[in-house]
Design a protein around this ligand. Structure first.
Ligand SMILES: Cc1cc2nc3c(=O)[nH]c(=O)nc-3n(C[C@H](O)[C@H](O)[C@H](O)COP(=O)(O)OP(=O)(O)OC[C@H]3O[C@@H](n4cnc5c(N)ncnc54)[C@H](O)[C@@H]3O)c2cc1C
Length: 384
């Protein structure tokens, strides 16, 4: 039995996990170093995700997706991230783009966009702007009435899969006077007039992913609105509630990768005539990491199960993301230490994982924002 606790998946989950493991071993893991070095978006990996059905895992069967549970989706994200953090992040960005459509799309919108996602047409989630990341209510992009629809003006930044996605779910102000109730969500096509990308980020880690800005001065029709007018911020926050659980799964994947290479290296590397793992100075940090990753997985899969039961994941999802991303940070830090000087120099898997991991404590709500969510909930409970 493995030291790190793992979930018991149902037959469907095991089937999809096997598919993920097979692709991860054959294609994703062998390419991870090259993607990082060359900062290259892996079209071939994305094709494998699409052809195998993994890209459309969360898409309902009636739109030709797999209709898998969130627990299964998390197990697959974890496995892919363990092999290649960039490919795992691309898969997570698919899930993030699909979630607002699952939550608020009309049947027609779901058929078009979720059906498209199962065929590989990604949708990106475009909320963040300069000065409006943690504070999503500070967005300035506007959507003003214009003929049969709206004119969206503004600039989004840090869009995951930007430039690779066919569509964007863009959040903009339809009623600037209405504060948080004045934001709405829209589908924007990447080929529409007035949709432009002029910057791709040069990132510390997950360098195989594309992260871009999105400049908008474009027309959309009424039919392109996603959800109710003025309910966009609520939709964005509900999307992030689910998205955080996916990031927790990414985190357990990257953390497990760090733990596994560290344990293997600690058993292989000899100093003073014996494996370094024979020293408690090396085995104890690994024991802590194994314990933390077990706890991270328990939280993550429990949050995913709660989501599958339509339970409230706002707090447990925040806890899972906070804890799992920080456990992953500890895991990759210990991995670098176990490798010694090699862990600080390229090409070394621990060095790469150390950089890949860092974003997990930042996107879809920083660790501070997760604490803020948990802190607000506990204050409400204490004051009740
Ligand atoms: C690689 C990458 C991919 C991304 N993908 C997407 C995407 O697909 N779609 C999208 O919309 N966005 C995306 N983002 C944006 C990401 O979600 C934001 O960067 C993140 O939420 C933090 O926002 P910020 O960068 O504006 O930092 P800020 O909000 O400016 O925060 C700066 C610091 O202040 C802290 N802080 C802020 N407010 C508080 C507070 N009240 N209490 C305590 N501390 C606080 C933060 O925790 C942080 O440490 C991505 C970002 C990156 C780097």
């Amino acid at each position: 039995m493995a030291v790190v606790w793992g979930p018991e998946l149902d037959d469907d989950g095991l089937k999809w996990l096997d598919t993920a493991k097979d692709l991860a071993e054959r294609y994703f893991a062998p390419l991870a170093e090259e993607l990082d070095r060359e900062q290259r978006y892996p079209v071939e990996n994305v094709e494998h995700l699409v052809q195998s059905g993994l890209a459309g895992l969360f898409v309902p069967e009636r739109f030709r997706g797999a209709g898998a549970s969130f627990v299964t989706t998390c197990a697959v994200i974890e496995e892919v991230s363990r092999a290649c953090a960039s490919t795992g992040a691309i898969l997570t960005a698919y899930a993030l783009g699909g979630t607002p459509i699952l939550l608020a799309g009309t049947e027609e919108q779901q058929a078009r966009y979720l059906g498209g996602m199962a065929r590989g047409e990604a949708v990106s989630f475009a909320l963040t702007e300069v000065g409006a990341g943690s504070d999503a209510n500070a967005i300035k992009a506007t959507a003003e009435r214009d003929g049969d629809g709206y004119r969206i003006r503004g600039e989004k930044i840090y869009i995951g899969n930007g430039g690779a996605s066919q569509h964007y779910v863009v959040f903009a102000r339809t009623d600037p006077a209405a504060g948080p109730r004045g934001i709405s969500a829209f589908f924007v096509d990447r080929d529409a007039a007035g949709v432009e990308i002029d910057r791709y980020e040069d990132k510390m880690g997950i360098r195989g992913t594309k992260t871009s800005n999105l400049k908008l001065d474009t027309h959309v029709t009424d039919a392109d609105m996603l959800g109710e007018p003025g309910r966009g911020l609520r939709l964005a926050l509900n999307t992030l509630n689910a998205g955080r659980i996916s990031v927790a799964a990414q985190s357990t994947g990257v953390g497990l990768a760090g733990y596994q290479v560290a344990a293997r290296e600690a058993a292989r590397r000899q100093t003073f005539g014996r494996p370094i793992i024979d020293n408690q100075g090396v085995s104890f940090p690994l024991a802590d990491v194994a314990t933390e990753l077990s706890a991270a997985r328990l939280l993550t899969y429990s949050a995913a199960e709660t989501y599958d039961r339509s339970g409230d994941v706002s707090v447990i999802g925040a806890m899972a993301k906070l804890y799992a991303s920080e456990a992953a940070h500890h895991a990759v830090d210990v991995a670098v230490q176990v490798y010694g000087g090699d862990g600080y120099c390229k090409p070394n898997v621990a060095e790469r994982l150390y950089r890949d991991q860092r974003i997990l404590q930042i996107y879809e709500g920083t660790s501070e924002i997760q604490r803020l969510v948990i802190g607000r909930a506990l204050a409400k409970e204490a004051l009740a």
